[in-house]
Design a protein around this ligand. Structure first.
Ligand code: ATP
Length: 229
């Protein structure tokens, strides 16, 4: 399968504090990869290096091209759609304005995003700041899709949401996985929900990848060793 994203031995630091000590991971065309690990092990930092928000040493390739050192907006334009932790949208803009502002040529448009999240159509004229947490998360995913990404990066997309809303979002992610060709790199704590979509998993520990394999091979023993508290 064609490689969409590949990281080879990525190292990264926050000022003097090194957080990544050699993370390698790969995502192929149409594949969903779960990036897992206990709190503080380097998942979000890995995402920041991919999206150009933190400088990295090592090789980061997207669709074959080296992207280290490119600014975030260029990386986004190449086709990486990030749904960041904390669902950032433009709070003063309406739902529709938020989506249109993110729009780039391709199959995803306002109609298609609101098919996936009908609530966003109902709220189209409402300011983003007045949406519920779940609706803001739907909007954040919608904004990423409007850029027509080849790779969607979801960092804790269901964190802190009510169970019902969480299910709505998982159903949408599952539909994306099954009905579109988009590749997905996803961080989430729920093994059960990740199992609905993930083909493979990569586990990071203290800033290094320590396990990777088919999601089905992530058994109790691996989970206890690397993910247990
Ligand atoms: P979580 O699930 O808690 O978000 P994570 O696996 O995403 O965890 P990271 O946020 O990537 O972990 O953090 C990796 C390491 O980098 C941790 O030791 C953390 O304390 C450190 N770190 C993260 N952000 C910063 C920052 N802005 N400045 C300094 N150190 C940071």
């Amino acid at each position: 399968m064609k490689s969409v994203l590949s990281l080879e031995q990525i190292e990264a630091s926050y000022g003097p504090i090194q957080a990544l000590f050699g993370v390698s991971l790969h995502v192929s065309e149409g594949e969903a990869v779960a990036l897992m690990g206990r709190n503080g092990m380097g998942k979000s930092t890995t995402v920041k290096t991919i999206c150009g928000m933190l400088p990295a040493q090592g090789d980061i390739r997207f669709a074959g091209n080296r992207i280290n050192g490119l600014p975030s907006h260029k990386i986004a334009r190449l086709g990486i759609g990030l749904v960041p932790e904390g669902r950032r949208c433009f709070s003063g803009l309406s739902v529709e304005e938020n989506l249109v502002a993110a729009s780039r040529k391709g199959e995803w448009d306002f109609a298609k995003v609101t098919d996936l999240f009908p609530r966003l159509a109902e709220r189209r004229r409402q300011q983003a700041a007045s949406l519920s947490g779940g609706e803001q998360q739907m909007l954040a995913i919608g904004r990423a899709l409007m850029t027509n990404p080849r790779l969607l990066v979801l960092d804790e997309a269901t964190e802190g949401l009510a169970p019902v809303v969480r299910q709505e979002i998982w159903t949408a992610i599952e539909a994306l996985k099954n009905q579109t060709g988009v590749s997905i790199l996803i961080i989430d704590k729920s093994l059960k929900e990740l199992a609905r979509i993930a083909d493979r998993a990569v586990i990071v520990e203290r800033g290094k990848d320590v396990w990777s394999g088919p999601f089905d091979a992530l058994d109790r023993e691996v989970a206890d060793r690397h993910l247990g508290v």
